[in-house]
Ligand binder design. Sequence first.
Ligand code: NAD
Length: 432
Amino acid sequence: MKDICMIGVGYVGLVTGACLADLGNRVVCLDVDAAKIQKLNDGVMPIYEPGLEEIVRRNAAAGRLGFTTDYSAGLKDASLIFIAVGTPAGVDGEADLDHVQAAAEGIAAHLDHTAVIINKSTVPIGTGDWVAGIVERNKQHDMSFAVVSNPEFLREGSAVHDFLYPDRVVLGSTDRNAAETVAQLYLPLQCPILITDLRTAEMIKYASNAFLATKISFINEISSICERLGADVKVVARGMGLDKRIGPAFLDAGIGWGGSCFPKDVKALTYMAEVSGCHPQLLKAVSEINRDQRMSVLHKLRALLGSLEGKTVGVLGLSYKPNTDDMRDAPAVDVIKLLRREGASVRAYDPVATASARRLLTNVDFRASPYEVAEDADALVVVTEWNEFKQLDMARIKSLMRQPVLIDGRNIYQPEEMKQLGFTYRGVGRGY
Ligand code: NAD
């Protein structure tokens, strides 16, 4: 049993903090967002993440999980201090480290005993040393500490599962003992633990995300070629994925990746590469292909409907992927803005992300069901592949629409079936 302070109670911090408490540790989750901490203390979840609520409730009731906004209370007994604050994209694409800096300064101001500081946020290579410098320069008490990088690989929507069954845990530090102390936390998970130096650990995170984004952009480029040459990218991806050297994961063509990680992490790695004198051509192309993919919805609609001025377009799915309410860099935001700019009226439905979407999107008519979205629509666009959309009564959907144009941005329907129902169907990369 360890005493842990988790600084930053977002998708990563709350899941990790709650799951570490579930493994028997005492965890205090600390956030500067007082409203979020109030909600958690009132038993209300601030985010949607399957399975998380029960773990939070169980461990809070058992006294192993607490929430505070107070650095001195959060750090009081902690021997392990995680930093899991946000690292959004800065102006030129570099990671904005303001929150990490504030967390490091908070630690320096209040920590009065020996502890290990563990950086879980995705941060540029060299940030571990930078954090150590901030704490060392600003510390208010005579204490010693070590810094460990422990990048996070969980996925929103399956974050609890990903915590419990990680493919690997990566720990980087100049202090081997500190890394081994952190490794003990993860021993119950019985997964490979890779201990390395700080910078290598930080790079593993960026390289992993950039590779996954590359895989998706690759299949999306293939999908564009398939469309023009009359092949079906879904079958192409299956044929490729059966090759063990390639594997089937991240080979789903669609309208591109988004979310709180891939876009900013690819940009940040591109920026780091350029600043260090490299020429990251592949990384730039990966982002460009992704941008084009979002535009492709518009091109398809224009080809089928002509001008979009005055047309009504229904959007199914708003979150950047299913099973989350996260709207950060969601393709739906760009797609809806493009549609609005062309003069279309937009109606939208999402099973859980409507509240988050309302904060980002104006002039959108949010509806309570896919059927309401379809009513009198000139076209329907599937942006997020929620399971709910795979089981719709598509005959009813068609009967409600003014024009039966269906843009399946995630290839969740069978083209032949949709054509038989009378839709003018366009998937992604499915040859017409
Ligand atoms: P988030 O925005 O959901 O949560 C960050 C939290 O940190 C917020 O609640 C914010 O109020 C809090 N915070 C900001 N400054 C603070 C401070 N000085 N002291 C205390 N709390 C502070 O972010 P997230 O999605 O959990 O991501 C956190 C980090 O993990 C990022 O670096 C991200 O790139 C990385 N990551 C995220 C995911 C993911 O799927 N979301 C996966 C892997 C890695």
